[in-house]
Design a protein around this ligand. Structure first.
Ligand SMILES: [Zn+2]
Length: 157
């Protein structure tokens, strides 16, 4: 999918899962900070792909649920937040990883799919720049982002 579709969908997945975890752990203003972090996380797979390989090839390193890079970034960010609160660190690591998975999921809808082990998987054959599907996932992403935000605000009071 296109850049803004990935950003919207990633922020949505991050927002809704963080608001779910906020039932169990005190997140506070960090919630809003993390929404911005999700924008960067949404861009990392394609950014690294373009930087290393000069094209959007969706390699194992950048677009696999098993990628050591994506898992590593999730763990490192989780460790950073564990200085504030150990449980918060665990939540951040899980949510960041889910955001990476949401990027992989959207790209798995394209014909070339994403790599898992030595195989590539694809769920559907939607061209990455298909306007209707991009708009659909952009709206779904924005919708669940707002839902997560409101849910968090309500739970936070
Ligand atoms: Zn991608």
């Amino acid at each position: 999918m296109k850049k803004y579709t990935h950003i919207s969908f990633s922020v949505g997945i991050g927002s809704i899962s963080l608001s779910l975890f906020s039932i169990f752990v005190e997140i506070g203003f960090i919630f809003y900070f993390l929404l911005f972090v999700f924008i960067l996380i949404a861009r990392i797979p394609d950014f690294v792909d373009h930087t290393l390989y000069r094209e959007h090839k969706r390699r194992f390193l950048t677009h696999s649920p098993l990628s050591p890079l994506l898992i590593g970034i999730s763990i490192i960010l989780g460790l950073l937040f564990s200085f504030i609160n150990l449980f918060l660190g665990v939540v951040v690591a899980i949510v960041i990883y889910l955001v990476f998975l949401s990027h992989c999921f959207l790209d798995a809808l394209n014909p070339s799919g994403i790599p898992i082990f030595r195989r590539r998987i694809t769920f559907k054959s939607i061209p990455y720049d298909n306007v209707k599907w991009n708009i659909l996932f952009f709206i779904i992403g924005a919708g669940i982002a707002i839902l997560g935000l409101f849910w968090f605000i309500i739970l936070d009071f």
